[in-house]
Design a protein around this ligand. Sequence first.
Ligand SMILES: [Zn+2]
Length: 291
Amino acid sequence: MTRADPCAFAALAAEQLINGFGIAALPVDPFAIARGRGIEVVPKPSRDAGVSGMLIRVGNEFAIAYATHIDNKPFQRFSISHELGHYFLPGHIDAVIGTNGIHESRAGFTSNDRYEMEADRFAAGFLMPRHLFFPALERAGRGLAAVESLAALCKTSLHATAIRYTQCTRDPVAIVVSVGSRIDHCFMSEALKSVDGIDWIRKREAVPRNTPTFAFNQDVENVRRAVRVDETSTLQDWFGGSRSVEICEDVIGLGSYGKTLTVLYDIALPDDDEEEDEGFLIESWTPRFRR
Ligand SMILES: [Zn+2]
């Protein structure tokens, strides 16, 4: 992850489209938007479990097929939005559709292919456009409860919603997706990234041992049965550094997805300026005697 986000434009493009369509309330309906453009949307079981959907071109006509082997409405809505990303983003149609007129997608933040990543970011911006998502986020509370209420509002998966939450919130928060003892991926909010003296959590690193997430992942049944725990850990457990700060750690199993979602929040960062001000106050209150 770098400061200059190469895929950010894809979410912006989606938000501009939603704005241009005059959509002023959540949830966004990708079926209706596709059909409004004359794009047929059809369910299709896939033989390849990794394929989330397809964009099909016949001449100048387009159709979207979405995989039904994953019986998950939020994921299907995300998959259709991903295909719309290929349809709307400049250069995608020519780049992704093969000579057979078909593009097979692997949506859901699992691919490292540039076009798949851009279409995923488009889908997130499309279903959770910032201008509608941010006001809802401000009313949604904190932590996993906020992610759950936003997911219900946007009809999006907990995973996609949690990622969007880190991109739109003003608070220092992070979400971590893990499998067993390994971190699969992590997203940190801008407010957390700008904190000095913390280590960024990275892919493929170990889940820190003394955290609720580590304990949770010891039992695969927790993941399968979508068990949920609200606990606490510390800033150092996850991010190193010298600050002893207790933080909230909500953990939930993502069921058949086979992964665990952790939301780290309520991170009360010691304000350096405040400490300085306090020092200044103490000094100014210390009587000084003339000799
Ligand atoms: Zn794709």
